[in-house]
Design a protein around this ligand. Structure first.
Ligand code: CTP
Ligand code: MG
Length: 241
C-alpha cells in the first residue's frame, strides 16, 4: 500500500534542519549558519522554502545549545506550532537525532536539510518528497564533474585517478519514510572510538540496510563551507533572490 492511500490525503511532511555545527572551516566571526548572505541569514534562507511548502507540517531546527536557549530574534519570530528549536549534539547525526525526537508522529515523511544550503529549489523538495513516498530513502545529488585523484596516506602523492563514472555528490534535502529514519537512527547508537561519523542521513540508512535512491539536483544548491563559498553565495543570491 502506498503511504498516500489510507487517508486519501498525502502524508504530512516533517523537516529537520541540522544547524548546530561550529562552522570551523568558515573561519572566525559570526557563526556560519547565522551569517548574512545579501542581508539574509543563511539559516533563514535554508528554512524559507520549507516554511512556504504546502506539504510541510513541522520544522525542527537543531542549534548549538547556547543558541537553542537564546535563538536570534529573526528566528524567534518564526518559532511556534510549526517551527521549533532544539539543542543539537557534538556531531551532525546527534543533532539530527535530537531534532527527530521532537517531530510529531503525524509526519510520515521526513526531510533533512543542511542549514548550510541556502539555495534549495522547490522542484528539488517536491522530487525528494515524491521519491521518499515510494518507500525508499531519497538523496538530492549531482553527478561528479571533476577528475578525482586518490592520494597516499601523507596526502601528497597521487596513487591513482578514480573512475568518476557512477559517482555523484550527495546534497540535501534527503527524504525518508518515517519508520525508516526512526529505525536507522535507533540502530546507529553511539559511535565506537575511531568509527567514521556518517556524513549524511542516507549513510545512516544505508548502514541499516535500507534502499536509497538519488534524485538529480541542481549544482546551484551549493553547500557553504568556507569563506570563499560565502563569496560564491553572495553572487548567486544577487542572481536569484
Ligand atoms: N551540524 C549540526 N551539528 C553538528 C555539526 C554539524 O547540526 N554537531 C550541521 C551544520 O550546522 C550544517 C550541517 O550540519 O548545517 C553540515 O555541516 P557542515 O557544513 O560541516 O557545518 P559545520 O560542522 O558547522 O562546519 P565545520 O565542519 O567547518 O565546523
Ligand atoms: Mg562539520
Amino acid at each position: 500500500m502506498s503511504p498516500t492511500s489510507r487517508a486519501g490525503s498525502p502524508p504530512e511532511v516533517g523537516v529537520l534542519l541540522p544547524a548546530a555545527g561550529q562552522g570551523e572551516r568558515a573561519g572566525a566571526g559570526e557563526l556560519k549558519q547565522f551569517r548574512p548572505i545579501r542581508g539574509v541569514p543563511m539559516l533563514l534562507r535554508a528554512v524559507r522554502p520549507f516554511a512556504q511548502h504546502p506539504r510541510v507540517r513541522q520544522i525542527v531546527v537543531a542549534l548549538p545549545p547556547e543558541f537553542a536557549a537564546r535563538p536570534p530574534v529573526w528566528l524567534k519570530d518564526l518559532i511556534g506550532e510549526r517551527l521549533q528549536v532544539v539543542a543539537g549534539g557534538a556531531t551532525r547525526p546527534e543533532s539530527v537525532a535530537q531534532a527527530l525526537e521532537r517531530l510529531h508522529p503525524a509526519c510520515r515523511i521526513v526531510l533533512v536539510h543542511d542549514a548550510a544550503r541556502p539555495f534549495v529549489g522547490g522542484d528539488t523538495i517536491d522530487a525528494v518528497i515524491a521519491a521518499a513516498e515510494t518507500g525508499s530513502g531519497a538523496v538530492a545529488a549531482v553527478p561528479v564533474g571533476d577528475t578525482l585523484k586518490q592520494v597516499d596516506a601523507a596526502g601528497e602523492r597521487v596513487k591513482e585517478t578514480v573512475d568518476r563514472r557512477g559517482l555523484w555528490r550527495a546534497q540535501t534535502p534527503q527524504g525518508f519514510p518515517r519508520p525508516m529514519l526512526d529505525a536507522a537512527y535507533a540502530q546507529l547508537g553511539p559511535l565506537r572510538a575511531g568509527e567514521r561519523v556518517p556524513s549524511d542521513d542516507a549513510e545512516v540508512c544505508e548502514r541499516a540496510g535500507f534502499p536509497v535512491e538519488l534524485v538529480p539536483d541542481s549544482p546551484q544548491n551549493i553547500k557553504v563551507t568556507t569563506a570563499d563559498d560565502f563569496r560564491i553565495a553572495e553572487a548567486l543570491a544577487r542572481e536569484l533572490r
